[in-house]
Design a protein. Sequence first.
Length: 239
Amino acid sequence: MRLSAEYQGNEIGLIASAFDRYLERLDQFVERERSFTAAASHELRTPLSVMMGALDVLDAQEQNPASKRALARIKRACGEMHAFIEATMFLSREDSSTIEQTEKADLKYIIESLCEDNEGLLQEKHISLTQDIKENLQLSQPDSIVRIMVSNILRNAIEHTAEGEICIVLENAQLLIRDTGSGIPKADLPHVFDRSYTTKKDGTGLGLNLVKRICDRFGWQIEIDSESGKGTQVKVQFA
């Protein structure tokens, strides 16, 4: 709705015209944002589909065990890229629409597959990883969304831990990821979910911000407890 037409010829008209110009810029910004997300979604999905198709062709051929494992990891990496696209597109929408899915998200399987994908990095950094999965939790939310959330928390723990331990616990509809890494200064804890917060020189601060947005979207409770030099614990309560 524009205002200036109702206040032409008086002093308020100047203010109304300024508001109209601002609203016009805002409309243009929203339109650019929508165009970008639609174009990005299409342009990223297309090469991913090509890569996954090529992987299917390679997978159908005779491969040695090492090649099969490498192909499986590439497939999962492509799947994670696709999941990230789905997650960002989903979070960019304000309505209650969701990603189409036929099955529930198997949190136990997601955790196990992510641990396997990060096995090389864990070995490289001499990190001991333990899993204590006490229930097979099935979530009604999209698998891609849940995978992105868990992946970001786990990757954050790995990046900030060296020659330490990471423990993953799943029980009572609660996911707990605890590490013995560098930790977070107490003064920084209120800002860990801010988009600009990062402890890495080349970091973007998007990881935990994305995790928080996903939790807020589905009404999950997330808490972070950390002590500088001693480690961090992230807890997500699903119900």
